[in-house]
Design a protein around this ligand. Structure first.
Ligand code: GDP
Ligand code: MG
Length: 457
């Protein structure tokens, strides 16, 4: 095998799209087939991520006779539920995801969260392919289990093919309306400018071979530099979770480098930086043993790219969506401690200097950042005077209420994907602070805009 194989890391791929388009099912499909066939060296369900080794991709794509040389060790697909994954995937300015799959339901076309996903992808300049899922729901579809879509499509009746063409054309127009050029993968001559659409079924597996091959080939072709393995640690905290018996743990994606048990690490915390030591590096058992609940494999060390659960002391206030640093023997601890709060400071610095604006509350630093970016866009242009992370508490309502004296319409909390405590709700009602809640960014905008327009009348 050539030298290149050793130096590339696995591309990190994110699955995005509207709810119920089949994001989870697509991953299930990739995994289950493998388990059913009982292959060794199979896919493992990792923390917030699924690792698909290259042998597996080779196996799944062999019918395509692509003669694909796979130079990457595999593909790491991030499958944290919902949107959170992507919003959290930021590490010191550069998006963590190398590539994304945008899932669209062929029966529904573009939906609100599809468009929101598109905007996030554009904002981060992330390459993506479109999985046009649920093709098996076309009336009269003949199942061709796990077949390449090219082959499956040829076996369909004229009516099915016509319905497919009709719906696909319509969806390509919907993308165009969003300013995005798309084309069926086999007709796409200009992959740099035009995004490829791969029809798939997550139920019967048609199109999965093309989807996997396209992802890996595209990543290998255009991202060699980005994918070149580096021993400099690049690691992002995806989620902070309390696990029975383990206490507060962090789920991380290790993009580059090696983590060891006992490494001194520094992570960003709500109440300042957290300096601690890795107690254990954990991954779940491979798929077949996933039913062994609560049992993890312990590792002395793990090399990128991987999804890992870390246990350590003092992680209670860790902030999801920020970078994790390892303090090496020659590193300047103070310098690292400075940079660790950069992510937090960076986001904090975006609030309006005039002191006039709405109050914004989000579930993670990543989602807060996405919301702030959105509010800043010229078409929206809503100033922000204060921000918070986590549930809306009384103190947040107090802070927002300051605007009642200055600009009443800004005495508003835009609560993005967070809960509002009953006490906070009561206080807001008493004081006249408006709270808008949604887990879709631009619904918050719509609500706020309707409110403002109403005030003006
Ligand atoms: P997610 O919200 O995007 O993760 O969507 P899920 O993977 O949970 O799927 C939502 C629903 O759509 C479930 O009932 C799935 O069984 C169904 N579904 C997903 N993919 C397909 C598909 O390719 N074909 C059909 N017929 N149903 C699908
Ligand atoms: Mg899901």
């Amino acid at each position: 095998e050539d030298e290149g194989e050793k130096t590339l890391r696995s591309p990190i791929c994110c699955i995005m799209g509207h709810v119920d388009t089949g994001k989870t099912k697509l991953l299930d499909c990739i995994r289950r087939t493998n388990v059913q066939e009982g292959e060794a060296g199979g896919i493992t369900q990792q923390i917030g991520a699924t690792y698909i080794p290259a042998e597996n991709i080779r196996e799944r794509t062999k019918e395509l006779k692509a003669d694909a040389v796979l130079n990457v060790p595999g593909l790491l697909v991030i499958d944290t539920p919902g949107h959170e994954s992507f919003k959290n995937l930021r590490s010191r300015g550069s998006g963590l995801c190398d590539i994304a799959i945008l899932v669209v339901d062929i029966m529904h076309g573009l939906e609100p969260q599809t468009i929101e996903s598109l905007n996030l992808l554009r904002m981060r300049n992330t390459e993506f392919i479109v999985a046009l899922n649920k093709v098996d729901r076309l009336y009269g579809w003949k199942t061709c289990k796990n077949a390449p879509i090219g082959k499956a499509m040829k076996l369909q009746s004229k009516d099915v093919q016509l319905e497919f063409e009709h719906r696909t054309t319509q969806i390509i127009i919907e993308f165009k309306e969003q300013g995005i050029n798309t084309e069926l993968y086999n007709k796409n001559k200009d992959r740099g400018e035009t995004y490829s659409i791969v029809p798939t079924s997550a139920i019967s597996g048609e199109g999965i071979p093309e989807m996997l091959l396209l992802l890996v080939q595209w990543a290998q072709k255009t991202m060699i530099e980005k994918l070149t393995y580096s021993s400099d640690i690049q690691c992002t905290v995806l989620e902070v979770k309390v696990i029975e018996g383990l206490g507060t743990t962090i789920d991380v994606v290790l993009v580059n480098g090696v983590l060891h048990e006992g490494d001194a690490i520094v992570v960003c915390g709500y109440q300042g930086r957290i300096h601690t030591t890795i107690r254990s590096l954990l991954t779940p058992h491979p798929m077949k043993e996933l039913r062994v609940k609560g049992a993890y494999i312990h590792h002395k060390e793990i090399k990128a790219a991987q999804g890992i659960k870390i246990t350590a002391r003092n992680l209670e206030h860790a902030v999801a969506g920020t970078a994790l640093y390892v303090v090496g023997p020659d590193d300047d601890v103070e310098e690292i401690k400075e940079s660790v709060m950069d992510d937090m400071r960076n986001v904090m610095s975006r609030i309006d200097k005039s002191g006039e604006g709405v109050y914004v509350q989000a579930s993670t630093l990543g989602s807060l950042e996405a919301l702030l970016e959105f509010l800043k866009t010229p078409a929206v242009n809503i100033p922000v005077s204060g921000i918070g992370i986590g549930p809306v508490h009384k103190k947040d309502v107090m802070k927002a209420s300051v605007m009642l004296e200055k600009r009443k319409e800004y005495a508003t909390i835009l609560a993005f994907d967070v809960k509002v405590t009953p006490e906070a709700r009561d206080l807001a009602d008493d004081l006249g602070v408006k709270i808008f809640i949604s887990d879709i960014i631009y619904h918050l905008f719509d609500q706020f805009k309707a409110y403002i327009d109403n005030l003006k009348e």
